[in-house]
Design a protein around this ligand. Structure first.
Ligand SMILES: [Fe+2]
Ligand SMILES: [Fe+2]
Length: 198
């Protein structure tokens, strides 16, 4: 278990690195569950989008494995509340799929853009501290960005549901990440602002 509490500004970089791996691994697991629920629903309701969702899910499965493989060398362990991520992902995927194709892509856009912002913070933190993990996250970030772009392109309309849902799903994703990193996600953002990178 990570040592708590850390003193702001004097945190152990190894602890933060372990939290980054833990939340990224759990987040990928959640993403697998979102896409899994959406694929199951799409098969029944709108099978035309199944291949695109399937390809994205394959990427998330690979990302999840890569983060898991990076854990032992850094003494990191998977999140203890994986069931929480699993259920959260499934419910989000299920509900958005009920809302139709467009809502599926709004969900992808919201989650991927929030993840992208956190990966940016992580990259700034890891620069010069853990180049190997930095390179891994940078390569995964490219693929998450491709998911984001594809989700934006596939939306046929950007009405009220987009305006309402995007901030809600984004805030839920932020909250999950914040809880899983014991608040380190805010700390990294503040550190970046102080160093003029944000
Ligand atoms: Fe991913
Ligand atoms: Fe993704």
């Amino acid at each position: 278990m990570d040592n708590l509490p850390d003193i702001v500004g004097k945190r152990d970089a190894a602890v933060t690195t372990r939290r980054i791996l833990k939340v990224n691994h759990a987040g990928e697991f959640g993403a697998i569950r979102i896409y899994g629920a959406q694929i199951a629903m799409a098969r029944l309701l709108f099978p035309d989008i199944v291949p695109a969702l399937h390809d994205m899910r394959e990427d998330e499965i690979r990302h999840c494995r890569l983060f898991h493989e990076a854990m032992p060398a850094r003494s990191a362990r998977p999140c203890r509340v994986m069931a929480f991520w699993s259920l959260g992902g499934f419910v989000l995927g299920f509900l958005t799929a009920l809302g139709g194709r467009n809502m599926v892509w709004i969900c992808t856009e919201a989650v991927e853009s929030t993840v992208h912002r956190h990966l940016e913070d992580q990259l700034a933190f890891l620069e010069g501290r853990d180049q190997e993990l930095h390179a891994l996250i940078a390569s995964i970030q490219d693929e998450e960005l491709a998911h984001l772009r594809e989700a934006e392109e596939k939306q046929t309309a950007r009405g009220i549901s987009h305006a309402l849902l995007l901030p809600v799903i984004g805030a839920l994703t932020d909250l999950m990440i914040w809880l899983s990193t014991w608040g380190d996600s805010s700390w990294m953002r503040a550190e970046m602002a102080r160093s003029g990178k944000a």
